[in-house]
Design a protein around this ligand. Structure first.
Ligand SMILES: NC(=O)c1ccc[n+]([C@@H]2O[C@H](COP(=O)([O-])OP(=O)(O)OC[C@H]3O[C@@H](n4cnc5c(N)ncnc54)[C@H](O)[C@@H]3O)[C@@H](O)[C@H]2O)c1
Length: 330
C-alpha cells in the first residue's frame, strides 16, 4: 500500500513511517515541518505541505497514488490550547476537515487518525474503556473529539473506513537510535527527566504528591512509540480488509507513577536524578490508564515494548545520541 503519513516528520509519525516501511508498504510523508524534522523522514519521500491547503493535499494524494492515510498532523501542546483555543480547532479540527474533503474528492476513503486519551477528560474510573463518557477539559481534547465525530459522519455519509487510535502517553524511541522524540517546547515527562539528568534542563518538577495513588504522584499509561508504530500497521490492514470504522485505546492497561518514571531513569543513569516537588497542577487527573483489550480484539495488537524500563532506556540512548549529533533543541 502507498500511505500518506500526515505529520510524518514528527515524533510518532516518523516511527509510524518506519513501521509502515518495515511491513513492506510505502510511506509518503506530508508535513509542513512546523514542529517536525527533515532528518526524521527516512523511509520515503517528503511532501512539504500544509493541511491548511486543500489543493496541496489533493495533489499529494493524486501524484503518489495514495491508497490510505494516517493523520497525525496537528498542534499538541495542551497548555497552549487553553490560552489559544482557535489555533487548536484550526490546526487539529479544520485541517482534518480539509484532509477528508480532499480524500473524498480523490476517492481515498481509509484513514487512521491520531486521537488521544484527552477525549475522556477526567474519567469516573480507571482503567478507561472506549465507551466511557467523552468530556474533554481542554480545547486540545475537544478538537480531537470533534475529529472523531467528523470521521463518524464521513463513515455514515461518504462510505469512509476510519480508525481513531486514542493514544495514552507516547514515549520511548526507536531502539536503533535513528529517530526519537524532539519537541520544542518539550512538555512530556520522560524527555524532561532525561535532559534534566543530562544537565540540559533544570531539575524536573513533580506536580502533586498527595493524589490517591500508591505513592501519591500522578499515574499515567506509557506506551512505547515502537508499539504505536505497529498498531498503525495493524490498523491500516484492518481498514484494507474492509472492516467497519471504530475507535480504540492504545495503552498497556498498567499505570506508572511519576516517581516510578524517575526511578527507571535513575536506573538508566546509574545515579540519582534531582527533582523538585510541587503541589498539584489544575486539570491533571490523578490516573489515566487505558482499558486495552479492545485493541487486542479488533486489531490483534498488544503492547510488547512498553515496560517503563525499556521505554526509558530507549529514550535515554536516543537523547544522548541527539546531543552528540547536534539534534537536541531547547
Ligand atoms: N505524544 C503523545 O503522547 C500523544 C498522545 C496522544 C495523541 N497524540 C497525537 O499524536 C499526533 C502526533 O504527535 P507527536 O508527539 O508526534 O507530535 P509532533 O509535533 O512531533 O508531530 C506533529 C507533526 O505534524 C506536523 N504538522 C503540524 N501541523 C501541520 C499542518 N497544518 N500541516 C502539515 N503538517 C503539520 C508537524 O510539523 C509535526 O511534524 C498528534 O496529533 C498528537 O495530538 C500524541
Amino acid at each position: 500500500m502507498k500511505i500518506l503519513v500526515c505529520g510524518g516528520a514528527g515524533f510518532i509519525g516518523s516511527h509510524v513511517s518506519k513501521a509502515i516501511a518495515v511491513a513492506g508498504h510505502q510511506p509518503v510523508v506530508f508535513d509542513n515541518l512546523s514542529a517536525g524534522h527533515e532528518w526524521a523522514v527516512q523511509w520515503g519521500p517528503l511532501v512539504k505541505g500544509d493541511l491548511g491547503d486543500p489543493q496541496a493535499i489533493e495533489s499529494a494524494l493524486r501524484q503518489h497514488s495514495i491508497e490510505a492515510v494516517v493523520q497525525l498532523a496537528g498542534s499538541i501542546n495542551v497548555g497552549e490550547s487553553m490560552t489559544n483555543p482557535g489555533k487548536y480547532f484550526r490546526n487539529n479540527f479544520s485541517i482534518s476537515t480539509n484532509l477528508l474533503e480532499a480524500m473524498d474528492a480523490v476517492g481515498v476513503r481509509n484513514i487512521v487518525f491520531s486521537s488521544t486519551a484527552a477525549v475522556y477528560g477526567i474519567p469516573d474510573a480507571s482503567p478507561i474503556p472506549e465507551d466511557a463518557p467523552k468530556r474533554p477539559i481542554n480545547p486540545y481534547g475537544e478538537a480531537k473529539y470533534f475529529v472523531e465525530r467528523l470521521l463518524d459522519w464521513y463513515t455514515r455519509s461518504r462510505g469512509f473506513h476510519c480508525l481513531a487510535l486514542r493514544y495514552f502517553n507516547a514515549a520511548g524511541a526507536d531502539p536503533s537510535g535513528q529517530i526519537g522524540e524532539m519537541h520544542t517546547p518539550e512538555t512530556h515527562l520522560i524527555p524532561l527527566v532525561i535532559y534534566g539528568a543530562l544537565g540540559k534542563r533544570p531539575p524536573v518538577k513533580v506536580f502533586g504528591t498527595d493524589y490517591p495513588t500508591p505513592d501519591g504522584t500522578a499515574v499515567r499509561d506509557y506506551i512505547h512509540v515502537t508499539d504505536l508504530g505497529h498498531a498503525h500497521v495493524a490498523g491500516l490492514n484492518y481498514l484494507a480488509a474492509g472492516n467497519p470504522s471504530t475507535a480504540v485505546n492504545l495503552g498497556t492497561g498498567t499505570g506508572v507513577s511519576v516517581l516510578e518514571v524517575l526511578k527507571a531513569a535513575e536506573k538508566a543513569a546509574g545515579k540519582p536524578i534531582p527533582h523538585e516537588l510541587f503541589s498539584r497542577r489544575e486539570g491533571d487527573p490523578p490516573a489515566l490508564v487505558a482499558k486495552s483489550d479492545l485493541a487486542q480484539q479488533v486489531l490483534g495488537w498488544t503492547a510488547k515494548h512498553s515496560g517503563i524500563d525499556e521505554i526509558v532506556r530507549d529514550a535515554w540512548v536516543w537523547s544522548e545520541k541527539a546531543l552528540r549529533d547536534g539534534r537536541y533543541q531547547e
